[in-house]
Design a protein. Structure first.
Length: 251
């Protein structure tokens, strides 16, 4: 462990599996006290246990952000209680992954669910946490975007739209909160070796073969990007998108 984020408090939404776990572990390895959050209590407690066994600090707060404003406020209140009212880092990572489908076959219920989880939750949670950061004159917000939000992809309109919205919100929030000392940036992963994509690797193979790196990213590599943007080495980076995609968005 090093200490780039020593004594800072970080809330990571959707940190009970996949990329979220790696982000929580990476922040904790740099000294942050991480508030792990998600719907699955067993996985959340396992994430906390793994962090503590590695010498870090973490607290689990159960939250289903798809339930709407009341659940989001409960999470914000609980995180602030853990952090003593001084949350330093917010990572808006929770997201609904959506299977590719023609636009005409995407139902209204799925559209509403995707917007609630992928956009509304981040919007409301930021609105609850960022003003206190601004009042203290410091803080970091990192939104988890996607390379799908950077270019068009057939049969991915809904997911891509939610992530493009997150990228746009990053810029708007950088303009709104940056003058008060709050940095807002995006990490945009490409294909990443999580459990959720293990069953679709054949479908991703052509994309990966066209990437300069010729390989998918690991969750730990995405976590490292979050750590960089959360730390003082990124002290004058505002409104940026850091792609962790093996060069896919570039070429």
């Amino acid at each position: 462990m090093t200490a780039r984020l020593q004594d800072r408090y970080a809330l990571v939404t959707g940190s009970t599996d996949g990329i979220g776990v790696a982000v929580a572990q990476a922040l904790a390895a740099e000294g942050a006290h991480v508030i792990v959050s998600g719907r699955n209590t067993d996985r959340g407690k396992e994430t906390v246990r793994a962090i503590e066994e590695a010498g870090g600090r973490a607290t689990f707060v159960a939250a289903d952000l798809g339930r709407g404003a009341a659940a989001i406020r409960e999470l914000a209140d609980a995180a602030n209680e853990v952090a003593g009212g001084a949350l330093d880092i917010l990572v808006n990572n929770a997201a609904l992954l959506i299977d590719p489908a023609p636009t005409a076959e995407v139902g209204e219920d799925l559209i509403d669910q995707a917007l609630r989880v992928n956009v509304k939750a981040a919007f409301l949670l930021t609105g609850l946490i960022a003003p206190a950061m601004a009042a203290r004159g410091k803080g970091v917000i990192i939104n988890m975007g996607s390379i799908n939000g950077l270019f068009g992809s057939a049969h991915s309109a809904l997911y891509s739209a939610t992530k493009a919205t997150i990228h746009s919100l990053t810029k708007s929030w950088a303009a709104e909160y940056g003058p008060a000392g709050v940095r807002v940036n995006t990490v945009a992963p490409g294909p990443t070796l999580t459990e959720k994509i293990s069953g679709i690797q054949d479908r991703l193979a052509p994309m990966i073969a066209a990437m300069p790196s010729r390989r998918a990213s690991t969750p730990a590599e995405v976590g490292a990007a979050v750590v960089f943007l959360a730390g003082d080495d990124a002290s004058n980076i505002h409104g940026a998108t850091l792609s962790v995609d093996g060069g896919r968005a570039a070429v």
